[in-house]
Design a protein around this ligand. Structure first.
Ligand SMILES: [Zn+2]
Length: 93
């Protein structure tokens, strides 16, 4: 008995794309939050290797999420802490 891992999603240029693209777009949030199952991640990664529009979508979403969390972090940091860090940097210079 041979259990060889074959391509579950064969490369099919053309109409096969749209259904996969739709599925991938629904998975974007799960992927970025790290909540997708291993199977979903495999499918997702396999798809964006081939599909530029989904790849770009994923990049944009990640960037957007990064900007939001980056912004939140900046808001949470107290002003006094920023001042003391700045002061410490100037001391070492
Ligand atoms: Zn796609």
């Amino acid at each position: 008995m041979e259990s060889k891992i074959t391509e579950v999603y064969p490369k099919a240029p053309g109409d096969a794309r749209t259904a996969d693209c739709e599925q991938v777009s629904h998975m974007l949030d799960l992927m970025i939050d790290g909540e997708a199952s291993p199977e979903e991640q495999k499918f997702f990664n396999h798809h964006i290797e081939d599909c530029v529009s989904c790849f770009e979508n994923h990049q944009k979403q990640k960037l957007l999420k990064g900007l939001i969390t980056g912004h939140l972090k900046r808001v949470i940091v107290p002003h006094s802490l920023v001042q003391s860090i700045k002061a410490r940097i100037q001391e070492t210079l």
